[in-house]
Write a protein that binds this ligand. Structure first.
Ligand code: CP
Length: 316
């Protein structure tokens, strides 16, 4: 196995295999429960998390493995000034695979370079969140039966929303997606992400400010939280945080089978009344997040999944 800093570190065949494996694991929980016997996952979380850390951990436990780590760097030797590299040179003696979340862009790459075992990026600042993208793709596949030929609206904080950057990067590899990028002027998509769309002949984008003007065109509406922790200025955050609020009145303007995704946590950007609408897919994402992390851990450090036959030839 090798490290996954972005999903560019996996072939498209392997990404599709992860989605296949996640479905297989869901239907064969008992059969796969020893796939990671004797293996140890370390979770190094230098930033808050509910879903990512707990799903990485429960995934390893449900595959028969064990978990070590810290949540909240204040309890680790980072408070004494230890570097990411030294932390990985240490922890990679203890664990077979490491999941790391860190507030700095590039931290997962630094970690991977220092580690003797595979490192999986669980979110590095405003850069990338590849395992969230696997959950997003699994959710799109279960809703639409495909991850191409879609009009995908991404709404909110497109500057700092790392889940958006990972999702666009990966959808471009499969192709045939039109992105509608909906954000305030101050929170537009970074140029390196736009370049990725521009470099993909079958993909295109439009940038708009008004959600209601475009919501009727969308197959997918991916809402995001304004990333308070990445702002330098509290006033800017307060001014921008409630720019887009999806409620039933706005949802009524969308296609009946549009899927509403959100990586969560949400603050105000999706009204709770939307949760009971069949278009709401964000708690499906949560469930798929655990299943894809089980699939990924089994692929990176596990034995063969009992009874599972890959649909496609895998890369080495
Ligand atoms: N979606 C996601 O990364 O959630 P957490 O920050 O709770 O892990």
């Amino acid at each position: 196995g090798h490290s996954i800093v972005t999903l560019d570190d996996m072939s498209t065949t392997d990404i599709q295999d992860i989605l296949d494996r996640a479905g297989y694991i869901d239907a064969h929980r008992a059969e796969v429960s020893h796939t990671c016997d004797g293996r140890v996952l370390a979770t190094l979380f230098y930033e808050p998390s509910t879903r990512t850390r707990l799903s990485f951990e429960t995934a390893m436990l449900r595959l028969g493995g064990k978990v070590i780590g810290f949540a909240g760097a204040q309890l680790a030797s980072v408070t004494k000034g230890e570097s990411i590299s030294d932390t990985l040179k240490t922890v990679s003696n203890y664990a077979d695979v490491v999941a790391i979340r860190h507030p700095k862009e590039g931290a997962a790459l630094v970690a991977a370079e220092a580690s003797r075992v595979p490192v999986i990026n669980a979110g590095d600042g405003g850069h990338m969140h590849p395992t969230q993208t696997l959950a997003d793709l699994a959710t799109l596949r279960s809703r639409f039966g495909r991850i191409t030929d879609l009009t995908v609206g991404l709404c909110g904080d497109l500057t700092f929303g790392r889940t958006v950057h990972s999702l666009i990067e990966t959808l471009c590899r499969f192709g045939d997606v039109h992105f509608v990028l909906i954000s305030p002027e101050e929170l537009t998509t970074p140029q390196y992400v736009l370049d990725r769309i521009d470099a993909t002949p079958s993909c295109s984008y439009t940038e708009v400010r008004d959600l209601t003007a475009v919501i009727g065109d969308l197959d997918v509406l991916y809402m995001t939280r304004v990333q308070k922790e990445r702002f330098f200025n509290e006033d800017d955050y307060l001014r921008l945080r409630d720019t887009y609020i999806l409620d039933e009145a706005k949802l009524a303007m969308s296609k009946p089978d549009m899927a509403v995704l959100h990586p969560l946590p949400r603050v105000n950007e999706i009204a709770v009344e939307v949760d009971s609408d069949p278009r709401a897919a964000y708690f499906d994402q949560v469930r798929n997040g655990m299943l894809v992390r089980m699939a990924l851990e089994s692929m990176v450090v596990g034995d063969d999944l009992a009874g599972y036959e890959p649909a496609r030839p895998l890369s080495g």
